[in-house]
Design a binder for this molecule. Structure first.
Ligand code: OGA
Ligand code: MN
Length: 201
């Protein structure tokens, strides 16, 4: 997986949609990996006040652990390349990457939210850049389930992304409110966050 992605728009706009970011074979192995795991209801909130809140999100997730999931190594390598490239070009100081698979049953949703709030005292560092890779073959517009990204100050809709297999979305975690609309089909994705290095304060 050679690094060929042009990230410039990520920094002029703060978000970027990359169709066909992975080969079919890579996507298939990610999809196979996903089937081995049990999903659990997702939670919301910051690390110290995490709660189950089904009025906000109804999807199920499981966290990836690089040590026990050798088949996702390619994916993690690719995300590591993005991290290095972003740091090299844009000095974001990304340090760590965490990700989970997410499964939305028909009708599930995730209401408008922001993935992170700036907090210099967060001992884990803050989420700075969000990523979502979709794993749904032949997704049609009538299947719904779009990711909608909003302009931070005006709330104007910036883009609507169909969760089609291989599409990768990147956006600045502290900036962009976004939501997942209900879908008619099962909707699966691999969602992750790059964190910066915790500040010593
Ligand atoms: C999230 C999220 C978007 C998507 O998990 O925080 O916003 O398209 N997911 O699945
Ligand atoms: Mn989110």
């Amino acid at each position: 997986m050679a690094f060929k992605v042009n990230l410039r728009a990520l920094f002029s706009e703060g978000w970027l949609v990359i169709p066909c970011a992975f080969s079919e074979a890579e996507l298939l192995s990610l999809i196979a990996e996903r089937l081995n795991h049990e999903y659990r209801p997702a939670h919301i909130g910051r690390d110290d006040s995490i709660r189950l809140e089904q009025s906000v999100r109804t999807d199920k997730i499981f966290w990836l652990n690089a040590n026990v999931d050798p088949v996702v190594e390619n994916y993690l390598t690719f995300m590591g390349e993005i991290r290095e490239e972003v740091n090299r070009q844009f000095f974001l100081g990304l340090f760590d990457y965490e990700c989970h698979f997410a499964r939305f049953e028909p009708g599930d949703f995730y209401k408008t939210h922001v993935d992170a709030f700036a907090d210099v005292r967060n001992p884990r560092g803050n989420r700075k850049l969000s990523s979502v890779l979709y794993l749904n073959k032949d997704w049609q517009p009538e299947d719904g389930g779009e990711l909608v990204i909003y302009e931070p100050h005006t709330g104007k809709e910036l883009t609507r992304v169909l969760p089609e297999m291989g599409t990768l979305v990147l956006f600045l975690s502290e900036e962009f409110p976004h939501e997942v609309l209900p879908a008619r089909r099962v909707r699966q994705s691999l969602t992750g966050w790059f964190r910066n290095r915790p500040e010593r304060v």
